[in-house]
Design a protein around this ligand. Structure first.
Ligand SMILES: [Zn+2]
Length: 313
């Protein structure tokens, strides 16, 4: 009997990756194509189709799920994505469906990450959890009572844009003081210039040209006092915000994903510390901070594929 695979696709501004994944999370085949090579989205869909046809894999596909920036789960359209060369509204789920003749859906990256943790990652035992993706921005995928929360327009979980510092840093969304302006790789980088400290002048970060968030975490490990302050500041803002968020969703755990989260246990321990410092009494000691186990695997493809399997249960 042949194996059934979900086709998971991750559309990015530069590259689009795709793979065939079985129900256990084994990636049977994967490949990627430069998104910018395709003037029309139809051309990318055809290229993926032809590749899988050549591999003789088309018949084994049971469903398709696409993770994309500005993806609207309800319409299956990418809508006005600033980082893609395809402008306006792109009916991507429909394009895949008509080419492959298989059920096709679009999902946003943070929700796909939550599905990926649920089926293949560090949340397989949980019915109530929230994934927090700490990348260029901060995304979240909320699972309550084993169901993903979409909300009316599909924008539930835009937790990166909850304002945590009144009149704080300007955010990419145009408002001030959003969580992702602090707790993301961009936020950590901003802290290098924007955080005041008496240890700043002596920091080894001054010797690095254009230091990144990774440099901050590595310098902190080496004992650099200013870098340690930035890590603590980031953990404090994130932990405190997650304490507030727990009042809404009462999760058993937050699963942190992304370079910052994976930079060592110390960061998640500090997030946990600040969460406990700020948590509502009845929730004290109840919420775990976990780190994703999908970090070194192709999390975006696995997440999209997990969406197919969880929908078909
Ligand atoms: Zn914002």
């Amino acid at each position: 009997m042949s194996t059934h695979y979900a086709l998971g696709i991750d559309i990015g501004g530069t590259n689009s990756a795709y793979g065939l994944v079985d129900k256990k999370g084994n990636v049977e085949y994967e490949n990627n194509l430069p998104t910018t090579d395709f003037i029309l989205p139809e051309d990318l869909v055809s290229a993926i189709f032809e590749d899988l046809k050549e591999q003789n894999l088309l018949d084994s596909i049971i469903g398709i799920s696409i993770g994309a920036p500005n993806g609207n789960h309800f319409t299956g359209n990418i809508e006005y994505a600033p980082n893609l060369s395809w402008k306006g509204i792109v009916p991507l789920a429909k394009l895949f469906h008509s080419k492959f003749n298989k059920p096709s859906q679009l999902t946003n990256d943070a929700n796909a990450a939550a599905f990926g943790e649920k089926l293949f990652g560090n949340a397989t035992d949980l019915q109530n959890f929230v994934t927090i993706t700490l990348g260029t921005g901060l995304g979240s995928g909320i699972i309550i009572d084993d169901e993903i929360v979409y909300g009316e327009e599909g924008f539930a979980g835009e937790y990166g844009h909850i304002r945590v510092i009144p009149n704080g840093r300007i955010c990419g969304c145009g408002r001030k003081g959003c969580l992702e302006a602090y707790a993301s790789s961009t936020g950590v980088k901003r802290s290098i210039t924007e955080l005041d400290s008496e240890n700043k002048d002596d920091s080894i970060l001054n010797k690095i040209e254009n230091p990144s968030a990774k440099d901050v975490f590595e310098s902190a490990k080496k004992g650099d006092l200013f870098a340690k302050e930035i890590v603590e500041y980031t953990a404090q803002i994130l932990g405190s915000s997650l304490a507030d968020f727990a009042c809404f969703s009462n999760p058993k755990a937050y699963v942190l994903f992304g370079g910052i989260a994976q930079s060592g246990n110390n960061f998640s321990e500090r997030v946990k510390f600040h969460l406990e410092e700020n948590i509502l009494h009845v929730l004290k000691g109840q919420i775990e901070i976990r780190t994703s186990s999908l970090h070194n695997r192709n999390a975006a493809i696995l997440g999209a594929a997990a969406t197919v399997f969880l929908k078909n249960n």
